[in-house]
Design a protein around this ligand. Structure first.
Ligand code: GLN
Length: 491
């Protein structure tokens, strides 16, 4: 079945002219038609543009032109990445009519690489959440069990890849939004080092934490997509002017002699026992393959969530000040300007976004700035120093990605409980490090995610270890059987 192809498999078939880009795109579109009513991964499907792009790729190939590296590969983008002329909603009412006048850098890069954009995927509004339940549009469903959440905030991208609706997708990760949904949906998700992939054209949530990265069906594909999107961009002032390697080059290197630190804080209470066991088994496999593992301590881990929930809302409150009904997006009817601002923002933002804006505004206000925001910045440094210290001795750090497997839709009502989903992922963003989530087992037929954290810009080392593990586990081949169960009527 064509839609099940990985990027690498599809490229091989395209290269040998056994299939055309149009056939591949049509197969993906059929798959979307067949399953997306149940999965609800897509906010927008760009059907006509996709077919036209695919036809263009085929024409080029026929004329004997040299093809770019991902020519003809269908993919999807989280709906917080600007796509010229294509609706970009952030799954928010306040941007429900927004068509950006420009493409994000990653969108340009993926176009230059020859990919076919199939559509834009659902997220928690402005990427704030861990389940897509905060989307103002609808909740995406987990392909392994449609009664459960796909994780978030990039739940649409994760579910689209897991359900074989696209070969790969991009997401963004501020505190775990690529890795946690990758874990819940049983796919590979990589958050690159802060500064590795351009954020130009990514609608900002928390600028010192946001990073774009790929969702793929296996590790090899993750390397291929990284080859297309990593690199310096002068339009993003936090982009790092460092040449990016060929991420496939090191994949076959194995794990012999690789030193893995296993922080005890990430296996403590609060992490589901079955999840812990699955991750421990994966560690055993890596050791059997030749890695060296040792228990370590990252003593400031517990401060990750409180620090994040000061810094991220503070930055968000500033970033989201631009949605005032004047320049773009939703505008409420009102008698005067001030009323218009107020109504636009109170009607346009959902409750989680408002909560964050209020928290952030409070933390930044004079009198509280030193006690909360500045203090949080200082503790952030301590968290980063924990990692710096560990990486003097170790090449990788191994942890669970999320404390549990995917939970049923509608069951986590308390925001603080929801925030705990990112307990294993948030410290990585605070330290600006690269980290990957990949499947390492199943509990009650729900995927468990393994997180591998690397040194700054050492994505290739993460991928090398991940590839060795994946070859051994064979889990990349395991697919959800999409059950016939419908989506409850309330949606
Ligand atoms: N779940 C976290 C939050 O709600 C992280 C979100 C993200 O990484 N975008 O903020």
């Amino acid at each position: 079945m064509l839609e099940e192809c990985t990027v690498a498999e599809a490229l091989k078939l395209l290269g040998k002219k056994e299939i055309s880009a149009l056939e591949l795109t049509e197969a993906a579109l059929h798959r979307v038609e067949a399953v997306d009513e149940r999965i609800k991964a897509f906010v927008t499907v760009t059907r006509n543009e996709a077919l036209a792009t695919a036809a263009l790729v085929d024409a080029k190939r026929l004329s004997g032109e040299e093809m770019p590296p991902l020519a003809g590969i269908p993919m999807a983008l989280k709906d917080n990445m600007c796509t010229k002329g294509v609706l970009t909603t952030c799954s928010s009412k306040i941007l429900d009519n927004f068509k950006p006048p420009y493409d994000a850098t990653v969108v340009e890069l993926l176009r230059d690489a020859g990919t076919v954009l199939l559509g834009k995927t659902n997220l928690d509004e402005f990427a704030m959440g861990s389940s897509t339940e905060n989307s103002a549009l609808f909740t995406t469903r987990n392909p392994w069990d449609v009664e459960r959440v796909p994780g978030g905030s990039s739940g649409g991208s994760a579910a689209a890849v897991a359900a074989d609706e696209v070969c790969f997708a991009l997401g963004s990760d501020t505190g775990g939004s690529i890795r946690q949904p990758a874990a819940f949906c049983g796919v590979v998700g990589l958050k690159p080092t802060y500064g590795r992939v351009s954020r130009y054209g990514l609608i900002a949530f928390a600028s010192s934490l946001d990073q774009i990265g790929p969702f793929t069906k296996d590790i090899w594909d993750c390397a291929l997509v990284m080859n297309a999107i990593a690199g310096y961009d002068s339009r993003d002032t936090t982009s790092v002017p460092l040449a990016s390697p060929d991420y496939t080059a090191q994949l076959l290197g194995g794990v012999k002699g690789l030193r893995i630190g296993v922080p005890k804080e990430y296996f403590a209470a609060g992490i589901d026992r079955d999840v812990r066991n699955a991750v421990q088994k994966a560690l055993n496999v890596l050791v059997a393959l030749g890695a060296e593992a040792e228990e370590i301590s990252l003593p400031h881990t517990d401060y990750g969530i409180p620090v994040y929930y000061l810094i991220a809302p503070a930055e968000a409150s500033s970033n989201l000040a631009r949605y005032d009904g004047v320049q773009y997006g939703y505008r409420a009817e009102a008698d005067n300007l001030l009323e218009m601002y107020k109504k636009t923002r109170s009607q346009g933002f959902g409750s989680e976004v408002k909560r964050r804006i209020m928290l952030g505004t409070y933390a930044l206000s004079s009198g509280y700035y030193d006690a909360y925001y500045l203090k949080a910045l200082k503790v952030r440094t301590l968290i980063k120093q924990d990692f710096d210290e560990a990486f003097k001795k170790f090449d990788l750090i191994l942890t669970p990605t999320a404390p549990s497997t995917a939970f049923p839709v509608g069951t986590v009502e308390d925001p603080l409980t929801m925030y705990l989903n990112d307990i294993c992922t948030i410290p990585v963003n605070l330290a600006g490090l690269p980290a990957l989530s990949m499947p390492c087992g199943f509990v009650n037929n729900l995927p468990v995610g393994l997180q591998l954290i690397g040194k700054p810009f050492a994505e290739a080392t993460i991928l090398q270890a991940a590839y060795a593990y994946e070859q051994h586990s064979g889990l990349a081949k395991k697919k959800p059987v999409l059950s016939g169960k419908g989506v409850p009527k309330d949606e």
